[in-house]
Write a protein that binds this ligand. Structure first.
Ligand code: ADP
Ligand code: MG
Length: 251
């Protein structure tokens, strides 16, 4: 089953057309990495798929529920209830962690499950502690985000996203704000999630990671998908001049 099905997504900011008809599918258990130059529309695409931004045209279906479609050239969104049900399936991890600074680590993890999913405090706390152990953060549950390293904060952010039990997890450059020596601990956590068959879409500038972790790689530039395929096709056998030029910057 496809957890994400997006067809011909278009999005402009004023006169700037940022997404020029992007289509993608993500099936259950699949890991998709999205690579491409800065400004090519990767974040905008993730934001459109996760309801942080409205698309202008196209069609988006999440976990079998139609989220948006196009009528007479205009975007139509599902009703509030449907959008709420859809967003419960989806987790998002940002570049800058976006933790609640005035909440402890534990509170960061239990707030949404209690408030939005209606889980009891006891159950939410139990689950949160399990996730913190998994992220090697068991001793930090009473710390505040400002007391943690960037790598620890990002692991809390990943645990917080997982605490909502999403069916699909999106990452927007999860290591870009980190010192290089902290990048590895985040990539390791995401690799472990991949081994557990978590469905993920990962925007990243870590090319070796994008190649190793993904089942499917998408190369975007200027609001279009230039090339996509298996990691081997895109990273080793590309015949596409734009892909070659982009990848050569990293070697
Ligand atoms: P990427 O994530 O690939 O670097 P983005 O999706 O962030 O690309 O941005 C694509 C283009 O859209 C850039 O030119 C950026 O300046 C522009 N853009 C992104 N968000 C907005 C916004 N809210 N308003 C105006 N322009 C935006
Ligand atoms: Mg971006």
């Amino acid at each position: 089953m496809n957890l994400i099905e997006a067809k011909k997504i278009k999005k402009s900011f004023g006169r700037l057309e940022v997404l020029k008809g992007i289509s993608l599918q993500v099936s259950e258990g699949q890991v998709v990495s999205i690579i491409g130059p800065s400004g090519s529309g990767k974040s905008t695409l993730l934001r459109c798929l996760t309801q942080l931004e409205t698309a202008d045209q196209g069609e988006i279906t999440v976990c079998g529920e139609k989220m948006m479609w196009t009528e007479s050239g205009r975007a139509v969104y599902a009703n509030k209830n449907t959008l709420h049900n859809i967003i419960l399936n989806v987790g998002l991890v940002f570049q800058n962690f976006n933790l609640f600074p005035h909440f402890s680590v534990l509170e960061n993890l239990i707030d949404a499950p209690i408030r939005i999913r209606g889980i009891s405090r006891e159950e939410a706390t139990q689950r949160a502690r399990k996730l913190l152990r998994k992220m090697d953060l068991a001793s930090k549950e009473n710390s505040y985000p400002c007391e943690l390293s960037g790598g620890q904060q990002q692991r809390v952010a990943i645990a917080r996203a997982l605490a909502m039990q999403p069916r699909i997890l999106f990452f927007d450059e999860p290591t870009s704000a980190l010192d290089p020596e902290l990048t590895g601990e985040i990539l390791k956590v995401i690799r472990e999630l991949a081994q557990e068959h978590m469905t993920m879409v990962i925007v990243t500038h870590e090319m070796a990671f994008a190649r190793d972790v993904a089942d499917h790689v998408i190369f975007m530039a200027d609001g279009v998908i230039i090339e996509e395929g298996t990691p081997q096709q895109v990273f080793e056998n590309t015949q596409n001049a734009r892909t070659q030029a982009f990848l050569s910057r990293f070697s």
